[in-house]
Ligand binder design. Structure first.
Ligand SMILES: CC(C)(COP(=O)([O-])OP(=O)([O-])OC[C@H]1O[C@@H](n2cnc3c(N)ncnc32)[C@H](O)[C@@H]1OP(=O)([O-])[O-])[C@@H](O)C(=O)NCCC(=O)NCCSC(=O)C[C@@](C)(O)CC(=O)[O-]
Ligand SMILES: NC(=O)C1=CN([C@@H]2O[C@H](COP(=O)(O)OP(=O)(O)OC[C@H]3O[C@@H](n4cnc5c(N)ncnc54)[C@H](OP(=O)(O)O)[C@@H]3O)[C@@H](O)[C@H]2O)C=CC1
Length: 348
């Protein structure tokens, strides 16, 4: 009681299904998904089946979590002087040791400073082990600001979060600089599997991906990227595994790409690139029993025994590969005009 929530009056139950086996980097996963959208799990499951013959290959980069306080100075000259001071290597090291002193795992990687008039937006980026890291990086940023203020007493702290972080709001900075984990997944779906499982072919999917996910997203001025429904798989796994649900905003950034492949050009080459997956396997809602059991299902519960961040990185890979499964299945349903039919069957 009273962990992760206040004034607790009960639980809201959400059904949890699974998709899989998902063959990823040589391992098989059964992926828990909490959702009330009938057809979503069936669709993701179908995508997993279509990806089985080649499996999914992933690469992941631990970008780190970010917090960007907004601080104001009496004039542009004062602000510029402070900016230069922070950017000097020797001072960066002083700020870093203040930041790092707040945690056994938070380790500052970079300070990126934006300037608007006499106001600075100081974006601290830190590795946070297996935790998603928002509490840790906020704590570190607060200590780092104290170190800066010791040298610039005229600095006024407007807000610990200045929105240049950017947490829980759609923002281009997270696409460009990354946030959390940056994952790229790749696979090939052979022509026979496209035919028998997805009931379509590579050329049709590639054309739909271009006109819907690329041109359509551009027409809409999308900043979430060119994808069909990454947010569906991200959110369902976030709910099942105790991630912060509001972070589905940035975490769902995804670019889905499709090309024809193979000697006859009948196979499908597909990639999903997700630059800002904000995930952890320790801390926050991951400690709750059901969510913890779902992490256990994936073999990533808690802190990694020997290499901090490895569990969180593996969870990020699994989410991106599951997104790929959902993408190829929904796209196939759309080109077959099966979307409404399947939702009338599973979703009502
Ligand atoms: C529903 C299907 C999969 C049927 O598709 P189907 O090809 O008729 O299915 P099937 O009966 O031939 O089965 C093929 C495989 O699909 C899986 N499968 C099939 N049924 C089940 C089930 N009940 N439970 C678990 N798995 C299931 C399973 O892997 C099965 O293999 P098998 O087990 O037979 O060897 C298909 O029509 C489909 O994928 N529809 C799309 C549904 C979807 O993706 N909905 C979520 C997105 S909609 C939305 O929220 C976003 C949107 C659309 O607005 C975004 C946008 O703008 O694009
Ligand atoms: N404060 C904020 O601005 C925001 C907070 N949140 C919330 O923050 C929470 C998540 O914060 P987060 O910092 O991830 O989690 P926690 O606040 O739970 O911090 C993680 C804790 O786990 C400890 N730890 C033990 N082993 C490890 C390991 N291997 N890797 C990393 N940490 C380890 C850390 O140690 P140590 O003490 O040494 O660091 C720390 O005490 C969520 O509930 C989320 O909803 C969300 C958005 C904003």
């Amino acid at each position: 009681m009273n962990a992760c929530c206040e004034n607790v009056l009960g639980y809201v139950q959400i059904p949890v299904g699974y998709a899989g086996p998902l063959l990823l980097d040589g391992n098989r996963y059964y992926v828990p998904m909490a959702t009330t959208e009938g057809a979503l799990v069936a669709s993701t499951n179908r995508g997993c089946k279509a990806l089985l013959s080649h499996g999914v290959t992933s690469v992941v980069q631990d970008i780190g979590m970010t917090r960007a306080p907004c601080v104001r100075f009496p004039s542009v000259l004062h602000a510029s002087r402070a900016k230069r001071w922070i950017e000097t290597q020797e001072n960066y090291e002083r700020i870093k040791s203040a930041f790092d002193s707040t945690s056994r795992y938070a380790r500052l990687q970079e300070i990126l400073i934006g300037m608007d008039g006499p106001t600075l937006y100081i974006r601290f980026r830190s590795h946070t082990g297996d935790a998603m890291g928002m509490n840790m990086v906020s704590k570190g940023a607060e200590m780092a600001l104290r170190c800066i203020q010791d040298n610039f007493p005229e600095m006024q702290i407007i807000s610990l979060s200045g929105n240049f972080c950017s947490d829980k709001k759609p923002a281009a900075v997270n696409w460009i600089k990354g946030r959390g984990k940056h994952v790229v997944c790749e696979s090939i779906v052979p022509a026979d599997k496209l035919r028998s499982i997805l009931k379509t072919n590579a050329k049709t999917l590639v054309q739909c991906n271009k006109l819907k996910n690329l041109v359509g997203s551009a027409m809409a001025g999308s900043i979430g990227g060119n994808n069909a429904h990454a947010a569906n798989m991200v959110t369902a796994i976030f709910l099942a595994t105790g991630q912060d649900p509001a972070q589905n905003v940035t975490s769902s950034n995804c670019s889905t790409s499709m090309e024809v492949y193979g000697e006859t050009g009948e196979d499908l080459y597909v990639t999903c690139t997700m630059p800002s997956l904000e995930v952890g396997t320790i801390g926050g809602g991951t400690v709750l029993p059901a969510q913890s059991a779902c992490l256990e299902m994936l073999g990533v519960r808690g802190a990694h025994a020997t290499h901090p961040a490895e569990n969180a990185k593996r969870l990020a890979r699994i989410i991106c590969a599951t997104v790929m499964a959902g993408e190829i299945s929904l796209m196939s349903a759309l080109v077959n005009s099966d979307l409404v039919k399947s939702h009338m069957r599973h979703n009502r």
